[in-house]
Design a protein around this ligand. Structure first.
Ligand code: ATP
Ligand code: MG
Ligand code: FE
Length: 350
């Protein structure tokens, strides 16, 4: 099927068009620059930017795919999770398109969309099940057990406070680096010593095992970095930026990779899928690949343009749902900012 996907859960207005498992176009307009001076995504600013970016993005995606809007077989949209106001803009646009084109609508889960992105990678072998998936971005840090993309995704754990990308952004701010902080810290860390400072690995103690075996926590790490810097400054010493950046990055990467591979081992799953914008982190990819190889786990990482928020992954998920015979969604659904990952499709027709 030819599917047009709409993604507006955060600060990217993404319109993607796929035919089956083939990517035809993937247009992304980001309002990130507008959020930079606030040091993080401002929901109202994001929602208004989506409103302005949607129409041109749809036109660009259709033109690039070389199709006509009337040719699409279905519309797909992110229903949640994400920022309520931002989601609402995409949901409204999707309903309007569905009604005006008289095409079925598939309202889907953003996190499962991140997994579906893998299907579109040009050289991808079909996704094998089950697989563990680690999704790390500015808005989420989730560890999933995927038995079937269209019907069975289990949440193993997630962050109990800040998302990994958010931690990068907040620590960058503490270090006086601009937003978004991930790439800045990555760059500063290149010449730093990752073992210079031993920052805490959140929720990794034996006592955390019972309740938070697969959960993450990054706010304590952020506080530890802030306190470490304060103490240096109070002592009148220089703050070694590169070492702090490298040591902080190492703490994040270590806990992410350790938990993901432990989940693979405990569930007997020799496959790990990575997704989300933080996958851009060079050290994260490096450590994940090296430790996975040692553990006999195969790692899949979609191209970065498919790892960050985009419409093509939403279209890809709907395309899989259609191919597995799922009925479309009714128009009776809204934006659900806390949609659980187990709700792969919402408001499905009986
Ligand atoms: P969502 O959480 O809904 O997926 P988002 O816009 O918050 O949306 P992404 O666009 O996927 O998330 O990723 C942006 C985040 O990734 C930011 O927090 C940014 O700092 C982080 N990031 C980007 N590049 C790097 C990097 N090289 N290292 C670490 N973090 C990075
Ligand atoms: Mg983003
Ligand atoms: Fe996302």
């Amino acid at each position: 099927p030819l599917v047009l996907g709409i993604e507006t859960s955060c600060d990217e207005t993404g319109i993607g068009i796929v035919r089956g498992r083939t990517l035809l176009s993937n247009t992304i307009a980001s309002s990130m620059d507008e959020h930079a001076r606030y040091g993080g995504v401002v929901p109202e600013v994001a929602a208004r930017a989506h409103l302005e970016a949607l129409q041109p993005a749809i036109e660009a995606a259709v033109a690039e795919a070389g199709v006509r809007l009337g040719d699409v077989d279905a519309i797909a949209v992110t229903s949640g999770p994400g920022l309520a106001g931002a989601l609402m803009v995409g949901v409204g646009a999707a309903k309007a398109l569905s009604v005006s084109l008289a095409k079925p609508l598939y309202a889907v889960n953003h996190l499962v969309g991140h997994i579906a992105a893998d299907i579109l990678a040009a050289d991808a072998e079909p996704l094998e099940y089950p697989t563990v998936a680690l999704l790390v971005s500015g808005g989420h840090t989730s560890l999933l057990l995927v038995r079937d993309l269209t019907s069975d995704v289990e949440l193993l754990g997630e962050t109990v406070d800040d998302a990994a990308g958010e931690a990068f952004d907040k620590v960058a701010r503490i270090l006086g680096l601009p937003y978004p902080g991930g790439p800045e810290i990555d760059r500063a860390a290149v010449v730093g010593d990752p073992s210079a400072i031993r920052f805490p690995r959140g929720l990794s103690r034996a006592s955390d095992r019972a309740r938070h075996r697969w959960d993450f926590s990054f706010s304590g790490l952020k506080t530890a970095v802030a306190r470490w810097i304060e103490q240096r400054e109070a002592a009148g010493e220089d703050v070694p930026l590169a070492d702090v950046a490298a040591s902080f990055r190492e703490a994040v990467v270590d806990v992410l990779v350790t938990k993901a591979l432990d989940a693979c081992a405990e569930h007997g799953v020799p496959r790990l899928l990575l997704g989300g914008g933080v996958i851009a982190n060079r050290r994260l990819r490096e450590v994940a690949l090296a430790r996975a190889e040692a553990a006999g786990v195969t790692v899949r990482i979609p191209p970065l343009s498919l790892c960050t928020d985009n419409g093509a992954m939403i279209a890809a998920l709907a395309s899989e749902l259609i191919q597995s015979g799922r009925e479309p969604s009714t128009l009776v659904f809204g934006a659900d900012s806390t949609l659980p990952v187990t709700d792969i499709q919402v408001s499905r027709r009986a």
